[in-house]
Design a protein around this ligand. Structure first.
Ligand code: NAD
Ligand code: ZN
Length: 341
């Protein structure tokens, strides 16, 4: 079968000679509908964040059950499912709470399919346990694949701040890409806060406004923080969600977050923040959330089935993987690209 394989730093190839796996025990073989192309893949490919392993890329996966191992219960051939991406031990307390993204054993396990183990940029994917499958009912797997990360990650980041996102408050969203364009929609669907979007091109700022942002600010402007404070007034933004994570965006967040606000850094842009007691307003919680839980993924599916969130999808074939990564590198994907076998 065909697969997009990571061989090491800056070495990705589409191969045709992978063997189609067969499930044993509680494993499930999935016929892939689509695999989303996430900026995290570029951190792996270009920066070598997952060193030493050779594997099939793709950690945003959806498809149909093709074959189940002998001990699988509750799934049958043809069921449409998402693959929950962060694969924990399955037994520790966070995993029992379905939060495998915070599994106690994260430091000793590969991060999951497409992140050290074989992922879904292939004709078929072997999922190690049926516990990692979430049914999507009437949703189309091709459209639903990015829900597993591009929607789940911002959903989980927003949920921890929901109690602060009241209708008289402001929320800043930095980076209107795969994750950010869904974040704007989740904020609109689940909160009453006024959304201020930041990106570096007018096209992305216009896109954010179409999706529900009230304002768009170019974060490259030297006075971006002043422009945001002109909108919020003295109270500033109760929550800042940074989907870039560069030093400049973290600093922008620190300048615009309010007293007792949340500065939430999701982007893995490698930025640094020099903590100084007087540089951050008092009471700010600074967090670096990772992905989301399985039950949160079910809630995300609820939002999608109610048509409250729509992923803006660009469809490509598996053979186009290298071209698509190049487009993503150069900021040329609007919303999320998916690879379809
Ligand atoms: P993307 O490439 O689709 O979008 C990034 C967006 O940020 C683009 O619109 C780009 O124009 C914009 N941008 C770049 N520099 C900017 C700046 N200085 N100011 C404002 N906007 C800027 O990326 P994505 O797939 O949405 O991923 C975003 C980040 O989140 C990546 O670093 C990715 O690795 C990370 N991520 C983290 C988690 C997690 O669990 N913490 C999960 C998934 C992805
Ligand atoms: Zn665990």
């Amino acid at each position: 079968m065909k697969a997009v394989r990571f061989f090491g730093h800056k070495d990705v190839r589409v191969v045709n000679d992978m063997e189609k796996p067969s499930p044993t025990g509680d494993e499930v073989l999935l016929k892939i509908g689509a695999a989303g192309v996430c900026h995290s893949d570029l951190h792996i490919i270009d920066e070598g964040t997952v060193a030493g392993a050779i594997f099939t890329l793709g950690h945003e996966n959806a498809g149909w059950v093709e074959e189940v191992g002998p001990s699988v219960k509750g799934f049958k051939k043809g069921d449409a499912v998402l693959v929950y991406g962060p694969w924990g031990c399955g037994h520790c307390k966070p995993c029992q709470h379905s939060a495998e993204n915070y599994c106690d054993h994260q430091s000793e396990l590969p991060f999951g399919g497409g992140l050290g183990l074989n992922g879904g940029m292939a004709d078929y994917m072997l999922v190690p346990s049926s516990r990692l499958l979430v049914p999507i009912y009437d949703l189309d797997p091709i459209i639903a694949a990015p829900l597993t990360d591009a929607a789940l990650t911002p959903y989980s980041a927003i949920k921890r701040s929901l109690h602060k996102l009241m209708p008289d408050e402001f929320v800043v969203v930095i980076g209107i890409g795969g994750l950010g364009h869904v974040a704007v929609q989740i904020l609109r669907a689940t909160t009453g806060a006024t959304i201020i979007a930041c990106d570096v091109t007018q096209d992305r700022l216009d896109f954010a406004k179409e999706l529900g942002a009230a304002y768009g600010i170019n974060s490259k402007d030297a006075d971006a923080a002043e422009q945001i404070k002109k909108i919020t007034g003295i109270k500033k933004a109760k929550v800042v969600l940074d989907f870039v994570g560069a030093t400049s965006t973290i600093e922008l967040g620190a300048k615009t977050v309010s007293l007792d606000g949340d500065l939430t850094i999701v982007g893995l842009g490698g930025g640094n923040f020099q903590y100084n007691m007087m540089e951050l307003p008092f009471g700010v919680s600074m967090t670096n959330p990772y992905w989301g839980s399985r039950t949160e993924l079910m809630e995300v599916i609820g939002l999608a089935r109610q048509q409250k969130i729509h992923i803006n999808i660009e469809k490509y074939k598996l053979d186009q993987a290298l071209e698509v990564y190049d487009k993503l590198r150069n900021g040329k994907i609007k919303g999320r690209a998916v690879l379809i076998p």
